[in-house]
Design a protein around this ligand. Structure first.
Ligand SMILES: [Zn+2]
Length: 121
């Protein structure tokens, strides 16, 4: 089974290689969905759960949201396309959340990047 938790953050970026308007500084209200997969735990305080939603919230806030919210993404990630931001978040989260299964990063209401465990080596 998979559980998901949603987050949002505001950030600015410039895509230096883009031939059009995205080469100018602008901002987005990003929305992030974090999917965690695994068996239900059968002991401890998270019994009956894959992962405690509060644990997911704390880890994603600490590793991703706090580092990106209200920042210029170019200061943090080179050429911060939606895809590269999703990869950056994945690489930060995986060491602390090994059951990470899927990230969906919405850059606008109609455009998102989806990164699944199977996409990575
Ligand atoms: Zn943009």
């Amino acid at each position: 089974m998979q559980i998901r938790k949603r987050f949002s953050f505001e950030a600015a970026h410039v895509l230096p290689f883009h031939p059009g308007k995205c080469a100018r500084p602008h901002g987005h209200s990003y929305r992030l969905e974090v999917g965690v997969r695994g068996p239900l735990r059968d002991d401890g305080p998270a019994r009956g759960m894959i992962e405690d939603f509060d644990t997911v919230k704390e880890l994603v806030r600490r590793e991703a949201i706090d580092a990106l919210d209200h920042r210029s993404l170019n200061d943090v990630i080179e050429n911060p396309t939606c895809e590269r931001i999703a990869l950056w978040i994945w690489q930060r989260l995986l060491p602390v959340l090994p059951s990470l299964d899927e990230l969906v990063l919405w850059e606008t209401a109609t455009s998102c990047a989806v990164l699944r465990k199977a996409d990575l080596p």
